[in-house]
Write a protein that binds this ligand. Sequence first.
Ligand SMILES: [Zn+2]
Length: 347
Amino acid sequence: MKDQLIIFDTTLRDGEQSPGASMTREEKLRIARQLERMRVDVIEAGFAAASNGDFESVRAIAEAIKESTVCSLARANEHDIRRAGEAIRPAALGRIHTFIATSPIHMEKKLRMTPDQVVEQAVKAIGWAREYTDDIEFSAEDAGRSELDFLCRIFEAVIKAGATTINVPDTVGYNVPQQFAATLAQLIERVPNSDKVVWSVHCHNDLGLAVANSLAAVMAGARQVECTINGLGERAGNAALEEIVMAVRTRRDIFQCDTRIDTTQIVPASKLVSGVTGFPVQPNKAIVGANAFAHESGSSTARPTRSCAPRTWAGGRTSWCSASTPGATRSAPGCRRSASWSSPRST
Ligand SMILES: [Zn+2]
């Protein structure tokens, strides 16, 4: 049997942090319900300690959602973790996701803490979180620019303290696929008890590599990917959920895992997020753009519709449809395309 790849959606937390994408509690609830319908494993509902409004949103989602785990982010301090713990208390399945920076520059300039103090604080944070739930995720913020030896040390300590998911974020979108995969592989090999936890990645798209880095990490053993609908997120955004899911589903021959996602719910989720935020999806966006091939709705084959026979062009290039070839004007017979979208605010 193939491993399960856990899909952790952070549209409502990291996605919402992109300027102009803030959402009301009602909008967040609508999106959370769609994520649950899509069978997302973990919904990061917000950052409960950020404000009373954030707390109330996380709590409302924790009350409404039954099938997905509901998670709140929390800095590694007692106040944040207790707010997160209270907010997720009504959840059928609740997770606390705590983080602290581990790169030399962040530890020194942002936290003003020594590496020893950072490890100590992280371990304390896991202890507070355990008062609320056994499902605890720890993130090493800016792991992509952290020293591997230090990452091994802090991960070993938090696993011993009770963390169950270890997240390796490329916070500033600085990594490239081969190197990021090598980092994951080394962490999994070197950290004691690495087989007792789920390894996770969280990639940003500053170099256009968020999905590529995430998938490279999956090949190296990561079994949770943090992502957002339409790649929503600060700056160039986060890894796009729909691209991760469809890559893994379409190329099951390559990836030794699969997701639980109901792919027929991807396009509705994309439209909902675009409509709520007012952020349009570029027409040539992979999987959900208006020009991308449509999904077969209601089908269990869970592939983009490519009903045209594949063609191999001079030079060995293969395409599925004449319409995808530069200069071609007609779709091949039977090629179904997604309907074009009306203005995003109207959906
Ligand atoms: Zn992020």
